[in-house]
Design a protein around this ligand. Structure first.
Ligand code: SAH
Length: 248
């Protein structure tokens, strides 16, 4: 049980597997005004940077679930490193359908909304773990500018223009689901570079160490094409943000 191996290769050196920088993650944590001891659930917790740094900075108690064994191991190591291993728990597993035993103050899913079958389904899933008055965090892409053609959307690794909304439309969609948007922190193009460009050096080093691996050709092709693809499409057209929601 794991994610496709290519992601474990290209993102093996990432602490944050989304276009947020450490500064943006800290800004979000501060924006939520968490009280010490607040309970946070994170579905698709990756390498655990959000829970670990917020446990250190805000004293929260957290649980993260992630399908990548590698990322989950990295999250546990990060918790040790930051001295918060007694406050955060990382579980390797499928987060689809995961509901916490004890209701949480914050239920999050950043950059993995397929876990609940899309944004609406993921909000519904997170809501099942949330105490009344708690906050849902959803991290999601949106179009900075609408792709002029479906080819441009595919250049952003979307299937179609309809995969994502413009920011005002995305905010309106939360309203239609019965939620107040109570905070948001948006990534910027520098953050996209951190997320995407960090993969390139990882790929280059991996290729040097694993020239005969069955994925070597795929990684070689990606390293050749990704910088131009990123600069042409993702960097220009795709935004990403984390939205804090409270049920009305
Ligand atoms: N929230 C993290 C990771 C985002 S990347 C961060 O922002 O850094 C998406 C993550 O979802 C990856 O870590 C991947 O391993 C995880 N994932 C994918 N499918 C999953 C599933 N069904 N259940 C749990 N985690 C999943």
């Amino acid at each position: 049980m794991d994610i496709p191996r290519i992601f474990n290769i290209t993102e093996s050196e990432h602490r944050i597997h989304n276009p947020f920088t450490p500064e943006k993650l800290a800004t979000l944590g501060a924006a939520l005004r968490l009280e010490s001891g607040a309970r946070v659930l994170d579905l698709g917790s990756g390498s655990g940077e959000m829970l670990c740094t917020w446990a250190r900075d805000y004293g929260l108690i957290g649980t993260g679930i992630d399908l990548s064994q590698l990322f989950t191991e990295q999250a546990k190591r990060r918790a040790e490193e930051l001295g918060v291993a007694d406050r955060v728990t990382f579980i390797h597993g499928d987060a689809a359908g995961y509901v916490a035993d004890e209701k949480v103050d914050v239920a999050a899913c950043l950059g993995a909304s397929w876990i609940g079958g899309g944004v609406a389904g993921t909000i519904e899933l997170l809501a099942r773990s949330l105490r009344p008055g708690g906050i849902i965090l959803i991290g999601e892409p949106y179009w900075r500018q609408l792709p002029p053609t479906p080819e441009v959307a595919r250049g952003c690794l979307a299937h179609d223009i309809s995969d994502f909304l413009l920011l005002p439309e995305l905010l309106a969609s939360f309203d239609r689901l019965g939620y107040d948007v109570v905070e948001m922190v948006l990534a910027d193009q520098d953050g996209w570079d951190r997320y995407e460009a960090a993969k390139w050096l990882t790929m280059r080093r991996w290729l040097e160490a694993n020239p005969d691996d069955e994925l070597a050709k795929e990684v070689r092709d990606l390293l050749t094409t990704e910088p131009v693809r990123h600069a042409t499409y993702t960097r220009e057209y795709l935004g990403w943000g984390v939205f804090a929601l409270m049920s009305r």
